[in-house]
Design a protein around this ligand. Structure first.
Ligand code: CA
Length: 343
């Protein structure tokens, strides 16, 4: 099992610094009355500096220009995913027994359906050894996120988890949407606040009220639940950002369209217009294994271990990996305005 769990996921890398430039404010009013589907928010186009405020080597500051687009106001919920499964009889990756090719080295009699689950370790751990708090649990899937005895009953408005990138793509196609690009996701998460450390500004989380569902206490042994949640929270539980988007910091990680590579933002000499990510994936930590980008952090993020809840930081995983703290939301390209005199 440990071979499977190590092969099927990976974690944040941090370091590096680049100079910054000023934000150019979005200039288009959101046409809220014309949302193409319920629950979507228009993000006005504009130009911005994206990237990590911590100097992460794989997330250098870089300038992008985006056309306006639509994005779901929340993560896809269990109820929404259940409607997809009911309509299509879709079977997620976590519900399928992996093939020997998908998990080389695992004996055939140990190939079983399941997914990766956070489990509180009994004592002190080395924070470099994530296998001490992550386990491959047979039977874990979106209906049973922590294993066969767990359930999503009463959690219809929580984000769906234990869905792989491939599952997210399948849902998006059914919903006639797509996954956001990584640039769209970060631009949307920042809500027009240029180069801030958090989606709400520069004030450290905490204080009178928590701004996001993240970890409080000594990770991973002690969760004080100061924000009220041990695991997922309802998708609209914490305040929206300036674009009206919920959960862009914490609750669950969100799959993006883009392939991962640490130099995926290019050389930064030109402003990238609607960047779609690199054409090939490279992860120096697992050479030869394709990874897709995940964003936004989760209920497991604490500053001692994971800054993923900050809008500029990245994570990546293989497209068939399912995790108890990872879901997604969808986006849509906005149609171009009609040329003058043509309507
Ligand atoms: Ca989130």
């Amino acid at each position: 099992m440990s071979g499977m769990s190590v092969a099927r996921f990976s974690f944040l890398v941090l370091a590096g610094v680049v100079s910054a430039q000023a934000w150019r404010a979005p200039h288009v009013d959101p046409p809220a009355s014309s949302a193409p589907q319920p629950g979507m928010v228009f993000v006005p186009g504009g130009e911005a500096v994206l990237g990590s405020q911590n100097g992460d080597r794989d997330a250098p500051l870089h300038r992008v220009r985006l056309d306006g687009f639509w994005i779901d106001a929340t993560e896809v919920t269990n109820d929404q995913f259940a409607a997809f499964v009911a309509a299509t009889r879709y079977v997620t990756d976590a519900e399928k027994k992996p093939t020997p090719e998908e998990v080389p080295g695992v004996p055939a009699d140990q190939l079983t359906a399941g997914a990766l689950v956070f489990q509180t370790p009994p004592g002190a751990v080395d924070l470099r050894e994530f296998s001490q708090w992550w386990s491959f649990v047979p039977g874990a899937c979106w209906r049973h996120p922590a294993g066969p005895d767990s359930s999503i009953e009463g959690k219809g408005d929580h984000p769906v988890v234990q869905v792989s990138w491939r599952d997210a793509i399948a849902y998006a196609a059914w919903a006639k949407k797509r996954l956001p690009t990584e640039a769209e996701w970060e631009y949307a998460a920042r809500g027009g606040l240029d180069q801030k450390r958090y989606v709400w500004g520069d004030t450290a989380p905490g204080g009178a009220a928590w701004q996001a569902n993240i970890w409080q206490g000594k990770f991973p042994q002690q969760n004080t639940l100061a924000d009220g949640f041990e695991g997922t929270a309802p998708v609209r539980q914490f305040p929206a950002n300036a674009f009206g988007l919920y959960g862009m910091s914490g609750n669950v990680w969100e799959w993006c369209q883009d392939r991962y590579r640490p130099d995926g933002y290019g050389d930064g000499r030109q402003v990238a217009h609607n960047p779609q990510g690199p054409e090939t994936s490279v992860d120096p930590q697992e050479p030869g294994v394709e990874k897709r980008v995940m964003r936004g952090g989760s209920f497991l993020c604490s500053d001692a271990y994971c800054l993923g809840y900050q809008p500029g930081t990245r994570m990546k995983s293989t497209p068939d990996t399912s995790l108890c703290h990872t879901g997604f939301r969808c986006a849509l390209t906005a149609p171009l305005p009609m040329p003058r005199g043509k309507n």
